[in-house]
Design a protein around this ligand. Structure first.
Ligand SMILES: Cc1ncc(COP(=O)(O)O)c(C=O)c1O
Length: 425
């Protein structure tokens, strides 16, 4: 695989970007051959800086829901760009988009818009405190809610004080949640919950309805706010808040990534129970009211309402899961596929340091399929059954290749170091 341009970019990046590239889009914790820079994306496909082409199962870590560069969404964005984008105040689109979202998401009575998922989760935390006048926020251990000091998974530069009222409980455990609520005494402001357990490095898990309902009841009893973080899964499981599927309505839900099909906008939705807190806080940003992403969002939401994108992603995902299961077991691997079929995570049994998963992912990459060895992935509406067949065929070859390499595989040095650090903490 051609890598000359990539290698040169990486060399230059080391000088002018911290760590080369930072954050979740850095490839430092991915197999060595993974490309860091991409020059083009179209439909379900991605081209790296050297022009190598991949079928992309990361979907930009979620934002690509309909297909990269969906012409219906982009036309709406371009039309709005000619009319106006960042102005001294919002365009009428802000009201229309809020009406769209409140119309689709049943627990919501109002909406606020911002740029990234972290903006939305951080605002949710602040509103929970403003609404209740209390301090403690509960989050599930290992859950990701963004990259601010209160929630970042990396401790560098974070003070204990930044997190002094952030406490943890175990996802899906009623007992643990009740204990955390009891420990908060009369100071509980809010409980965060992911729509399902989608932490990195471990199997994904469905939400236990008893846990979700208990979270709701505890919030009702204490006056705290229940917050569902739908930034990653929003509109991928249902055309509503994801917990609508299990009959539990939060007070606040956070959205981002995909509802403008990759255009930069995120949202916080809330019920009337949280309206005063939302009205009280100061929340803004120079680009939060930009009209172009709002036009893209309206066009995306219309497509979500009017097409079978969701049912199709379940159909293709189910087909893929069955095909990969067969290919893995034919090659003698115990291969775990967890989470919703349209947001799958692939892990191998007997692979504590991920060396098998890394080798298999690299073997897939060499066959033109971009998969992730420890983070959940996504299907997009531009994928076809032919793409699923290509993936299953590539996987079959990749499983056999890795079977032949098992005795020589080595762990990834940085990942091993990270696991050691975590174990020591
Ligand atoms: C569940 C969840 N919450 C919040 C965030 C933060 O979103 P962003 O990276 O847009 O700030 C993410 C991003 O991956 C996420 O998956």
């Amino acid at each position: 695989m051609q890598r000359d341009i990539h290698n040169e970019l990486q060399r230059r990046a080391q000088r002018v970007l911290p760590r080369g590239v930072y954050g979740h889009e850095s490839t430092l914790l991915l197999p060595d051959s993974y490309p860091q820079f991409f020059s083009k994306a179209e439909g379900a496909y991605l081209w790296d800086a050297d022009g190598n082409k991949y079928l992309d199962f990361m979907c930009a870590y979620g934002p690509n829901l309909l297909g990269y560069g969906d012409p219906r969404v982009n036309q709406a964005a371009i039309d709005q760009l000619h009319r106006g984008d960042t102005m001294p105040g919002p365009s009428p689109l802000m009201v229309e988009l809020a009406e769209d979202m409140v119309g689709m998401v049943q627990h919501a009575d109002w909406a606020m818009f911002c740029k990234n998922g972290t903006d939305a989760t951080t605002m949710a935390k602040t509103i929970a405190r403003a609404q209740t006048g209390k301090r403690v926020i509960l989050v599930a251990t290992g859950a990701y809610h963004g990259a601010m000091p209160w929630c970042t998974p990396m401790p560098a530069g974070v003070l204990p004080e930044d997190r002094s009222y952030i406490r943890q409980y175990d996802y899906n455990s009623v007992e643990s949640l009740e204990a955390a609520v009891a420990a908060a005494g009369d100071d509980l402001a809010g409980i965060f919950a992911a729509p399902f357990k989608h932490d990195a490095f471990i199997d994904q898990a469905e939400p236990d309805p008893a846990y979700a309902q208990r979270a709701r009841d505890l919030c009702n009893d204490t006056g705290a706010m229940l917050i569902v973080d739908d930034v990653r899964a929003g509109f991928r499981l249902t055309r509503d808040c994801s917990w609508e599927l299990i009959g539990v309505r939060p007070d606040l839900s956070t959205w981002g990534k995909s509802f403008a099909n990759g255009h930069p906008i995120s949202a916080l939705l809330g019920s009337d129970r949280a309206r005063d807190g939302a009205a009280a806080i100061y929340a803004t940003g120079s680009f939060w009211f930009a009209a172009v992403p709002m036009a893209a969002a309206r066009a995306t939401l219309q497509i979500l309402r009017e097409t079978d994108y969701l049912e199709k992603s379940v159909r293709l995902g189910t087909y893929l899961r069955a095909g990969l299961d067969t290919a893995a077991s034919d090659a003698g691997f115990s291969f775990r596929q967890t989470g919703p079929v349209q947001m799958p995570l692939f892990l191998f049994d007997d692979d504590p340091d991920f060396r098998i998963g890394f080798a298999w992912s690299e073997a897939m990459l060499r066959r033109g399929i971009y998969v992730h060895p420890w983070h959940n992935m996504f299907l997009c509406d531009a994928m076809t059954e032919t793409d699923m067949d290509l993936t299953i065929d590539a996987a079959r070859d990749a499983f056999l290749e890795v079977r032949g390499q098992l005795s020589t595989l080595q762990p990834h040095a940085l990942l091993a170091e990270m696991f050691q650090q975590r174990a020591a903490e």
